[in-house]
Design a protein around this ligand. Structure first.
Ligand code: SAH
Ligand code: SF4
Length: 394
């Protein structure tokens, strides 16, 4: 019998956040961009590299938000920084905590848009599922995010800002001189599996993940970051060379006919084109296996024949298959396959020599599970110009 969901406890966060001025936000800049900004504000060129390194460490290693706290900089220089810049991350509007410990943050970004970020604690890791866009331009028929009309790309600052706000909430900025090992961190892994298609926002996702991986900052190994794509084939090679993280692909079907309806981007780049791009990925990124995500939809893609076809399709690729029991949302047109069906499907893949874990849905009681994220603020689509203006880019 299904368990009754735990009562919801919306819990409004009151993390004190001092914005140190109203100038340009430094969060999300690349190292070079930060250096240039410091020079433009009057830092002598000769000192700029060193100052950039110091400011970088304060922001990303120590989590400081107020220039006054940057105690290895002179008072005058701190005042200059405060005059020109801010250190600002998106605002947490609310936090919900699931009966299983999953935390869902509703995050407000420039222009009043909202995205969701989900923290999933597990025994050996803590994974933060971050969003790369408000909504998604793709319209996968089983995904709640895909029904949202409003779409805009998140800036690098808004993407890395999700990691920073989760660290704030978890109280996980390291004490001076201490660098906790990845495996003992509360936030040890990042998955780009929230709202949006990360490869339709490639540069911003790349710049944000470079910050997450930077050894003098948040310092997560590239092997602890997984980018999930629906199959934007032309960007897959760049993901290997320019980010180098692990890759997951929303596969979900074993024939083009079925994949066309579930993941419509398949009409542009079909299964064959996708598999060709994936074959080159492990070598180009020097990473191990690709994760094939496969949502289990009753009577749609879950037969034994599908499982056998899947094994055939991936046979030349180092892979694991992650089976995701469908997570329903209000009005969703599909049903989850039965547990027995999912187990039988997993078994066929396992017998063929592939790991085939079944993903445990997390945070279902707070609509935080895979594919359930969707902002309430649904409005008309904006022009590129309006979007850029809201993000402070023009
Ligand atoms: N846009 C990217 C990443 C976000 S979706 C992508 O599609 O890969 C993260 C994962 O959740 C994808 O594998 C997606 O197909 C899956 N998903 C979407 N809706 C779902 C649902 N209702 N139930 C289970 N998984 C879902
Ligand atoms: Fe977009 Fe991914 Fe959802 Fe498809 S599954 S609509 S690509 S977020």
């Amino acid at each position: 019998m299904a368990q009754a969901p735990a009562p919801l406890t919306p819990d409004v966060l009151t993390i004190p956040r001092k914005d140190s001025g109203d100038g340009t936000n430094l969060v999300g800049m690349t190292r070079d961009g930060l250096r240039d900004a410091l020079i433009a504000a009057g830092t002598p060129e000769k000192q700029a590299k060193m100052r950039m390194g110091q400011v970088w460490q304060w922001i990303y290693q120590k989590g400081v938000r107020d220039f006054a706290d940057m105690t290895n900089l002179s008072k005058d220089y701190r005042a200059l920084l405060a005059h020109h810049f801010t250190i600002a991350i998106p605002e947490v509007v609310s936090k919900q905590v699931s009966a299983d410990g999953t935390r869902k943050y509703l995050v407000r970004i420039a222009g009043g848009h909202e995205v969701e970020t989900v923290y999933i604690p597990e025994e050996d890791r803590g994974t933060l599922c971050i969003s790369s866009q408000v909504g998604c331009t793709l319209t996968c028929s089983f995904c709640h995010t895909g029904t949202q009309k409003l779409v805009r790309n998140l800036t690098p600052g808004e993407i890395i800002g999700q990691v920073m706000l989760a660290r704030d909430d978890l109280g996980e900025w390291p004490k001076p001189g201490r660098h906790p090992k990845d495996e003992t961190r509360l936030l040890s892994n990042i998955v780009l599996m929230g709202m949006g298609e990360p490869l339709y926002n490639f540069e911003n996702v790349r710049d944000a993940m470079k910050i997450a991986m930077d050894p003098e900052g948040i310092s997560l190994s590239r092997r602890r970051i997984t980018l999930s794509t629906s199959g934007v084939v032309p960007e897959i090679a760049r993901t290997a060379t320019e980010i180098g993280c692990l890759l997951a692909v929303s596969f979900h079907a074993t024939t083009d006919d079925v994949r066309d309806t579930l993941v419509p981007i398949n009409k542009r780049w079909n299964i064959e084109a996708l598999l060709d791009a994936l074959k080159a990925y492990p070598k180009a990124s020097n990473s191990e296996r690709i994760t094939f995500e496969y949502v289990m939809l009753k009577g749609v893609n879950d037969t034994d024949d599908d499982a056998h076809r899947l094994v055939q399709l991936i046979k030349d690729i180092p892979a694991k298959v992650n089976l995701i029991p469908f997570n329903p949302w209000p009005g969703s047109p599909y049903e989850r396959s039965s547990n027995n069906r999912i187990r039988a499907f997993a078994n066929i893949i396992y017998q063929a020599g592939y790991a085939s874990p079944i993903r445990t849905p997390r945070g279902e009681d707070i609509m935080a599970a895979c594919g359930q994220l969707k902002s309430e603020t649904e409005r008309a689509r904006k022009s590129r110009k309006e979007i850029a203006a809201e993000a402070g880019l023009v």
